[in-house]
Ligand binder design. Sequence first.
Ligand SMILES: C[S@@+](CC[C@H](N)C(=O)[O-])C[C@H]1O[C@@H](n2cnc3c(N)ncnc32)[C@H](O)[C@@H]1O
Length: 235
Amino acid sequence: MAKYAQKRIIRKLDLERFLSTIQTNPAPKVDLEQYTISEDIAAAMLYIAAYTNNDIVGKRVLDLGCGTGRLGLGAAFLGAKTVLGVDIDKTALNVAVTNARNAGLAANVDWVNGDISAINGHFDTILQNPPFGVQTRNADRAFLVKALASGKMIYSLHNHPQVDKRLINMLKSSKTGLFEVQPSAFLKRFIEQHGGAVKAVYATLMTIPKMFDFHTKARHDFVIDLYIIERNLVK
Ligand SMILES: C[S@@+](CC[C@H](N)C(=O)[O-])C[C@H]1O[C@@H](n2cnc3c(N)ncnc32)[C@H](O)[C@@H]1O
C-alpha cells in the first residue's frame, strides 16, 4: 500500500514538502545536463497539470528524462493511475528507485533505464524537464518529438529564448512565480510541424547552484518556460 498516493486535492505546500524529500543526483553529468528540477517549479508544473487541467489524477503519466524521479513521483503522489519514468543514466535511475521506495510509491511507478527512443506506449500526460541543449545542441527537440508521438498533453520545460532582465525582476517579485508569455516562434512552429498545438507558456525563474567547474557564479538565475502542449488528434 502506497504511503502517500492520494486522490483528494492536496495543498501546494504539502506537494512541495513531499518533492523536497526526493533526493537529487549525487553525481550529475555535464553532458546529460543533469539539473534536478527545484521543488517549487516541479510543484507549480504538477499543480497546473493536476488541478487546472485535470491531467494527472487517474491518468497514465510518462516522465521523460526522469532523473531521480521528482516529476514522476510527484504525479504518483497526486494520484496518477500509472507512472513510467525513463532515463538514460543508471546512477540517476537508481536514486529514483530508492526515492520511490522511501516514499512508499514503489508499486505506483515503473522505471526504464534507456534512451527515450526506446519508449513506445501511449500515455495521457507527458512531463519533461529535458536537457536544454546547452551541451548537445537541440537536445530538447528529440524529447518534444517523442512526447508528441507518445501522449495527448505535454508539460515541457525549455530555455527562455533571450535574457530578459525585466522579466527576471517581475518574476522575483511575483507571488505565483509564474508569468504567461508568448511561445518562441521557432518552438511553436516546430511543435505544430510535429502535430501539436501550444496551449499556454509560463515563464518562471530557475536558480541552480554551482554544480560544474565551468559555472563561474555560486548560483545562477535564469528564466525557463513551461510549455503546455496538446497533441492534435487529426494531423
Ligand atoms: C535536466 S535533467 C532533468 C531530470 C529530472 N527530470 C528533473 O527534472 O529533476 C535531464 C535528464 O534527462 C536525461 N537524459 C538526457 N538525454 C536522455 C536521453 N536521450 N534519453 C533518456 N534520458 C536522457 C538525463 O540523464 C537527465 O537525468
